[in-house]
Design a protein around this ligand. Structure first.
Ligand code: NAP
Length: 302
């Protein structure tokens, strides 16, 4: 068996195209465009790349983007003050604080200064609590992307046994809540789980979010299962030349694709969906806060 590759790039493009259409209709109906504000503290090169790609996607969707840069020496009070001001500004619909923050600043304190209705990363305590209680709200982007990819592969998810490897606040825990909301049976595995391969073999849908390159082996996967690989790891790639590197997931792709029914590649799987879900959250946040009806581009005359 060779697994069907789930194309995260294509699904992400589709979602962003739909957001672009909805944004144009909102502009027509209400004369305004949803605005995403990104806060970047310091000069971390990887963070700068992520912020650039988020701003590019925002603009490609026709959304409005603002960027606030603070020096690495900024105090926690300064960053929290900026986030509070943005939370109160009527012009701002979504606030994203690029992580990690410099060591002297508490991410927890800064994130929780974001108004929950503008929390497009879904990371405040209020957003996490609403998700845990099954109430509507803004949900973290990467886990939302995982569910969308699983639905793209399988359609209905009810009754599927999902095994998530990882219990982080950013990925593992919210992914478990979101799959539970789809009526899945959910197991969360972590570094203290006994006989991880045997637990993984029970999964209809396996979601590794570990941060260890090529960790999950093909013989941990039930034949025909769906694998949604969240991991993004950079490894040496001497085959590409001296000093070259490449990205791999948490799954050993070659052995896994010989067993799985569906699998996401890395890159080109979960990563692009994270950005698409950020755009989607910005649109949802604007509509909820401003009382706008979300237009359905499918129902509009051509
Ligand atoms: P994290 O906070 O470091 O959490 C890793 C989790 O993996 C922890 O819960 C840890 O268990 C578990 N773990 C570590 N070693 C293990 C082992 N040997 N066996 C079983 N479980 C083990 O990482 P994260 O933020 O969730 O991110 C995970 C991966 O996803 C990383 O590669 C990251 O780059 C990637 N990521 C990708 C996207 C995307 O857009 N595609 C977004 C976010 C993150 P304990 O809790 O017991 O320590």
């Amino acid at each position: 068996m060779t697994a069907h590759h789930i194309d995260g790039k294509a699904l992400s493009q589709h979602v962003q195209d739909e957001i672009g259409k909805a944004t144009a209709l909102l502009k027509e109906a209400y004369g305004k465009t949803p605005t995403l504000t990104v806060v970047l503290v310091g000069e971390d090169p990887a963070s700068q790349v992520y912020v650039r790609s988020k701003i590019k996607a925002t603009e490609a969707c026709g959304l409005h983007s603002l960027e606030h840069r603070l020096p690495a020496s900024a105090s926690e009070e300064m960053v929290k003050g900026l986030v509070r001001d943005l939370s109160q500004s009527d012009d701002v619909d979504g606030i994203l604080v690029q992580l990690p923050l410099p060591d002297h600043i508490s991410s927890h304190a800064v994130i929780n200064a974001i108004a929950p209705e503008k929390d497009v990363d879904g990371l405040t305590e209020i957003s996490a609590g609403r998700l845990a209680l099954g109430k509507p709200g803004l949900h973290p982007c990467t886990p939302t992307g995982c569910v969308m990819l699983a639905k793209q592969a399988l359609g209905e998810l009810t009754g599927k046994h999902v095994v998530i490897i990882g219990r982080s606040i950013l990925v593992g825990r919210p992914a478990a809540q979101l799959f539970l909301a789809e009526n899945c049976t959910v197991t969360i595995a972590h570094s203290k789980t006994d006989d991880l391969p045997a637990v993984c073999r029970q999964a209809d849908i396996l979601v590794p979010a570990v941060g260890r390159p090529q960790f999950v082996q093909g013989d941990w996967i039930k034949p025909g299962a769906t694998v949604i690989d969240v991991g993004i790891n950079r490894i040496d790639a001497p085959e590409k030349g001296a000093g070259k590197t490449r990205l791999v997931g948490d799954v050993d792709f070659d052995s896994a694709q010989a067993v799985a029914g569906h699998i996401t590649p890395v890159p080109g799987g979960v990563g692009p969906m994270t950005i698409a879900c950020l755009m989607r959250n910005t649109l949802l946040a604007a509509c909820a806060r401003r009382g706008w009806q979300i237009p359905d581009p499918q129902n509009e005359p051509a």
